[in-house]
Design a protein around this ligand. Structure first.
Ligand SMILES: *Cc1c(COP(=O)(O)O)cnc(C)c1O
Length: 497
């Protein structure tokens, strides 16, 4: 949800060239118009204005699906008027969500007995899934502490500093302290040893990430599990693990079936995955799966009966669309294991094409790993004259949206560019992108080091910034301020999602 900031803009009218065939008066921008307009005019006005949005297919910043088959688009449109929560009225949709939960639970090796139903639920995305998982851990921990007659007002969660923002949201919204393991140069995921050291009696869970948002790397969940088992044995605690597999949950089972990261590890009690990332569905679907019934405290499940029969619900929102659930079911049965494997292998191969192309330029360090989410994260070998933000900005001219960002502490001096490889990013596009990046690099070579000069406020010393002694924090703040201004001036953002 973007918080609207545009109310003070002076131009208060929305004009549309073609729509003037239908309506002559312009529309107020921020107030509801008094009169109605013809439907054709409304369509035209909005359609014209939306042309200025970027092309989703060229948005290499996002993991979220931007292409599905036309047959699935048809199913989505047909279900657009079904409220998912009306389970009694739409029992088949409910059944499809249950099938998805079970298929995904099996994919993650949930220890289910014969005919035993999996425990999980469809959500709006991984963020909601993580809120639910976090709440379950918090409540279980509180109940245990109450039983032991111990204080239960200072819960904490241990994660790496590379966690996605939704974990910070969970921590702040639900009042749990976030204890972050710091990153370091050349190591951009949570170090399991340090994580386990940070665990104490108030730790409700350790959250590991399968596919770090920043460089796609898988954290070593097995090692974490082993170390934590040992610590639990010594202390008598039973600190569990959650795996945030938002992007990796649909990759690891197909590309690295031998990798143990899921319910095969005894301390892994819940896993989330974004259906709208490598689950290959448009934005609006995520999944949270629990290992067992016991891992989801009963008191968090609400029972309602006013829409029909008794229905258990455990979601943050009540109403939501059904289309994404149906679309997820479509993908699971349409592609099957074979199809998902093909898609993920293609993504991986295209990531390699891009990686090798970038390596050939000799100008970049590759920060992503060959094992992990198919993406390429890279930084300039030498960013003293021109930095990654400039590369990102200049690539926009070619239509590419490639975000640049700084790493979290203690690696904040590292800036990376990231290209996420999705199903619809073909090899041709990968090759094209390498060519365009090459053009940008050559162009930058001919330009003076203007941003650096601006940052130091000293043009003469532009080539000698290294001589200006500043703390990393100061440099970071200056860079952030300069780029915030630049971005604000252009009213564009470099979102990482
Ligand atoms: C994308 C992402 C999230 C948030 O997921 P949404 O589905 O966008 O809510 C959480 N964690 C990780 C690791 C992610 O990559």
């Amino acid at each position: 949800m973007v918080i609207s900031k545009t109310a003070s803009q002076s131009d208060v009218s929305v004009h549309s060239t073609f729509a003037s065939r239908y309506v002559r008066a312009s529309l107020p921008r921020f107030k509801m118009p008094e009169n109605s307009i013809p439907k054709e005019a409304a369509y035209q006005i909005i359609n014209d204005e939306l042309m200025l949005d970027g092309n989703p297919r060229l948005n290499l910043a996002s993991f979220v699906t931007t292409w599905m088959e036309p047959e699935c688009d048809k199913l989505i449109m047909a279900a657009i008027n079904k409220n998912y929560v009306d389970m009694d009225e739409y029992p088949v949709t409910t059944e499809l969500q249950n099938r998805c939960v079970n298929m995904i639970a099996h994919l993650f090796n949930a220890p289910l007995g014969d005919g035993e139903a999996a425990v999980g639920v469809g959500t709006v995305g991984s963020s909601e899934a993580i809120m639910l998982a976090g709440l379950a851990f918090k409540r279980k921990w509180q109940n245990k502490m109450k039983e032991l007659g111990k204080p239960y007002d200072k819960p904490n969660i241990v994660t790496g500093a590379n966690v996605q923002v939704c974990w910070e949201k969970f921590a702040r919204y639900f009042e749990v302290e976030l204890k972050e393991v710091k990153l370091r140069d050349g190591y951009y995921v949570m170090d399991p040893e340090k994580a386990v050291e940070m665990v104490d009696e108030n730790t409700i869970c350790v959250a590991a990430i399968l596919g770090s948002t920043l460089n796609g790397e898988f954290e070593d969940v097995k090692r974490l599990n082993d170390l934590l088992l040992e610590k639990n044995k010594q202390t008598g605690w039973d600190t569990p693990i959650h795996v945030d597999a938002a992007s990796g949950g649909f990759i690891a089972p197909f590309l690295y079936p031998e990798l143990e990261w899921d319910f095969r590890l005894p301390l892994v009690k819940s896993i989330n995955v974004s259906g709208h990332k490598y689950g290959l569905v448009y934005a609006g679907i995520g999944w949270i799966i629990w290992r067992n019934k016991q891992d989801l405290p009963d008191e968090l499940v609400f029972h309602i009966n006013y829409l029909g029969a008794d229905q258990p619900t455990f979601t943050l929102n009540f109403s939501k669309g059904s289309s994404q659930v149906i679309a997820q079911y479509y993908q699971l049965i349409r592609l099957g294991q074979e199809g998902y494997k093909n898609v993920m292998e293609n993504c991986q191969e295209n990531a390699m094409v891009l990686k090798e192309g970038l390596e050939k330029t000799g100008k970049f360090n590759i920060i992503s790993k060959d094992t992990g989410v198919p993406l390429v994260a890279f930084s300039l070998r030498d960013n003293s004259r021109h930095n990654e933000f400039e590369v990102s900005e200049m690539l926009r001219r070619f239509g590419w949206i490639v975000p640049a960002y700084t790493m979290p502490p203690d690696a904040q001096h590292v800036t990376v560019l990231r290209v996420v490889i999705r199903e619809d990013f073909s090899r041709t596009l990968a090759e094209r992108l390498v060519l365009d990046i090459d053009k940008v690099l050559h162009e930058l070579d001919t330009l003076p080091a203007k941003v650096t000069a601006k940052l130091t406020g000293n043009d003469e010393n532009a080539h000698n910034v290294a001589l200006v002694k500043k703390t990393t924090r100061e440099v970071q703040l200056e860079i952030t301020a300069a780029w915030k201004k630049l971005v604000a001036d252009r009213k564009r953002t470099n979102g990482v999602c």
